[in-house]
Write a new protein. Sequence first.
Length: 312
Amino acid sequence: MKRLLIVVPCYNEEEVLPDTIKKLKNLLKRMIKQQLINDSSQICFVDDGSIDNTWTIIEKECHSSKQIEGIKLSRNFGHQSAILAGMLDNNADWYVTIDADLQDNPECIIEMIKKAQNGCEIVYGVRKERTSDSWFKRVTAQMFYKLMALLGVNIIYNHADFRLMSKRVVNELKKFPERNLFLRAVVPLIGFKSDKVFYDRTPRLAGTTKYPLKKMLAFAWNGISSFSIVPLRMVTCLGFLISFIGALFVLKIFLNYNEHGAVSGWASTVTLITVFSGVQLISLGIIGEYIAKIFVEVKQRPLYLIEKEINK
């Protein structure tokens, strides 16, 4: 029997957290009783700089049960950093990461462990469908996964951050020093034997999502720009295309001048200048995003800072 650590990143989850703790504690006890894991296994709740009573709830549970571990980050570092804080700062044989809202079915952890016992180093939790999402979120999410595949990024379709990883995989993950985190694409890069567990995603029981549209778009762009240079190549191709269009436009001006003796079309000229200027600014913006990522990476600032730990 091996030691399991369930890592649960939390940010302002006071409404759903009591129910989450209860369900995960019951699940852990069942798995220990079934001898799937040993009795030193724990659930690690990582408070990612919450401004509500999230840490108070975690702290209270830690004092009442040694099976609950609490990590409080010094500020909000982001979902991906909170996941890493729970894994990299702990020692276990298997690590499972799951969001605090438990929309990802925690019962799948049992199946994940069984696959790990059969030699899998990574087991991905994959949604069967997205019927619980709104139409807009469902369509945009599917477009995102398809776009990532089109850009050459190795990512598991309909997989978020619900997965099991072995100690070996987590040790290899420590060798990835990047600051622009996108674990959904980093973990498949590690390799080793992997498998999938499929489940139906359920609606959130309480509270509100911590990923509104603005954060979702930022997260998607971070994933694209961190793992694909295709946008930069598109800028180059666009530059050649605009140059070609410009050459055709100059040729048209000469032809009109030879035929009519004067060049007309002030409105069309201004329109072309405006459009091309906009394209240039967008291109500079894309290049600037990649330069900004280099700027962040070379500073090598810590991914997270821990303020307090309980029951580690």
